[in-house]
Design a protein around this ligand. Sequence first.
Ligand SMILES: N[C@@H](CCC(=O)N[C@@H](CS)C(=O)NCC(=O)O)C(=O)O
Length: 123
Amino acid sequence: MYTVLGSTKNRTLRVIWTLEELGVSYDQVVGDPASAEVKALNPTGKVPALILEGEVLPDSVAIMTFLSDRHNALTFPAGSVERLRMDGHIQFLLEEFDSLLWVAAKNSFINPVDHARQRSNLC
Ligand SMILES: N[C@@H](CCC(=O)N[C@@H](CS)C(=O)NCC(=O)O)C(=O)O
C-alpha cells in the first residue's frame, strides 16, 4: 500500500494525479511542507513523499516516474527513444517553467516579506 505525504495545494497533486490515473489505492497523510506532521514521517520536511514498505521516497517527478514504471502505464519503456523524448519534455518543463514559478512563489507568498524585499534588492 502506498502512503502519500502532503496536500493537493502543492506538488503532491502530481503524485495524487498519477495514482488516480493508474487506479491504484493509496492512503494520504495531509500536512503542510516543513510542518510537524510531515517532519514526523519525512525529517527533511519536504513534500511530496511516497512511503512504501517503510521507505520514504522523495521528489514528485521521480515518484511519478517510479509509479508509472512499476505499474507499466502512462509512460514508455526505459531505454526506448519514446522514453527519452518524454523525459526530455519533462526536463524542459522543470527547467523553463517549474523553477521560475517556484522562485516567484517563494518570493511572493512563501518567504517572509522582509526576506522577499532583501532578495529583490539584490537584483
Ligand atoms: N523537487 C521536489 C521539490 C520538493 C519541494 O521543495 N517541495 C516543497 C513544497 S511544493 C517543500 O516541501 N518545501 C518545504 C521545504 O523546502 O522546507 C519535488 O518535485 O518534489
